[in-house]
Design a binder for this molecule. Structure first.
Ligand SMILES: C[S@@+](CC[C@H](N)C(=O)[O-])C[C@H]1O[C@@H](n2cnc3c(N)ncnc32)[C@H](O)[C@@H]1O
Length: 321
């Protein structure tokens, strides 16, 4: 790709632009036409290459084994130190929230509510909090749920990982201690020893993982201790029906409608549909029964609960002891 761009510039673009520039600039009495043409060409070519990298590499759904850049638009990188008052855990800046809510109170309340629902499901299925031990949240985002586990973190290690390195850096500067954070990549590999955690959870993360889905689940299995728990929320036909029934003009409904031909194959001849395939930007929907069948090869499937996190269903898995 790079060599064909260079060839095109050398053989075609440069002579053409030099000819035109000579006519214009020489008429205007400008000197060093060559230098100026070279400078303009370098500018144009570097723009094209940046666009190519962006399109061909950064957005390539197949190239999943990579870190997402923390600040893709900056040439140099300076990671700010956080400021933290003693006492209350700070609320992250709104652009990190990943949830459409009007204010800090609602942001905090939805996190508390989503975590409480998970705790309720775990509790009802023989996994009370006192049995969890160390906890990992995959796709911790802005720490919306994790922050409500501060008491647990006083006694046990509580970790959050995410491919969004900028978010992880904010969390590391502002919510650690009591929590611990590390960035991960879209490659199913986590920086933890085997059997490190008693509970691993992922809220609305497998709703964005379109590639290597089972390999991710197996990686989570590796870091879960035997007898430990895994709780994952996902979008299924119930979620689709509820979104379709909503009487508003939301982008999620419009995207579902645009992908109707694919979505309606769920449970017929498809176990998973991904609308879009860009890393983290994909909208992934699973057939519930097929997902249970698939993951029961790796875990004991303990419960499947509709509306475990808003309209998403939740699956509770246990690593055999
Ligand atoms: C919808 S947000 C949910 C964030 C958080 N769990 C919450 O409930 O607020 C999805 C998160 O998953 C992260 N993510 C997507 N794919 C991931 C992967 N393969 N590994 C880790 N995190 C991932 C995204 O960066 C994003 O922070």
């Amino acid at each position: 790709m790079l060599s064909s761009v260079k060839r095109f510039v050398k053989q075609k673009a440069r002579p053409m632009i030099t000819g035109i520039a000579q006519q214009v600039w020489v008429e205007q009495g400008e000197a060093s036409v060559d230098e100026r043409v070279d400078a303009r060409l370098a500018e144009a070519v570097s723009g094209t290459l940046v666009a190519l990298v962006d399109e061909r590499i950064d957005r390539a759904p197949k190239l999943t084994a990579r870190n997402l850049p923390m600040a893709p638009d900056s040439a140099d990188l300076v990671v700010p130190i956080g400021r933290r008052d003693d006492g209350e855990l700070p609320v992250p800046p709104r652009e990190m929230w990943q949830i459409d809510v009007p204010d800090d109170e609602t942001y905090l309340a939805t996190g508390r509510e989503h975590l409480a629902r998970m705790v309720e499901i775990l509790d009802a299925n023989g996994a009370p909090q006192e049995d969890w031990g160390a906890v990992l949240e995959l796709g911790v985002g802005s720490g919306r749920l994790l922050r409500h586990l501060a008491d647990h973190a006083a006694e046990h290690e509580v970790w959050g990982v995410d491919v969004d390195e900028a978010a992880v850096n904010w969390l590391s500067e502002h919510l650690s201690p009591p929590f611990r954070f590390a960035p991960c990549s879209t490659e199913p590999h986590l920086p933890f020893d085997d059997r490190s955690f008693g509970l691993v959870y992922a809220g609305s993360v497998f709703t964005h993982i379109a590639e290597l889905v089972d390999t991710w689940v197996l990686e989570l299995r590796r870091v879960t201790r035997p007898g430990g728990w895994l709780f994952i929320t996902f979008q299924d036909q119930h979620w689709v029906d509820e979104i379709r029934a909503l009487d508003d003009d939301h982008w999620i409904g419009r995207r579902l409608e645009a992908g109707r031909a694919h979505v309606d194959r769920l449970g017929v001849d498809a176990w998973m549909v991904s609308l879009g395939r860009a890393n983290t930007g994909a909208m992934v929907i699973h057939d519930r029964d097929a997902l249970v069948r698939r993951w029961s090869r790796f875990f004991d499937v303990v419960a499947v609960e509709p509306e475990a996190r808003s309209l998403q269903s939740g699956i509770l898995l246990r690593r055999p002891g």
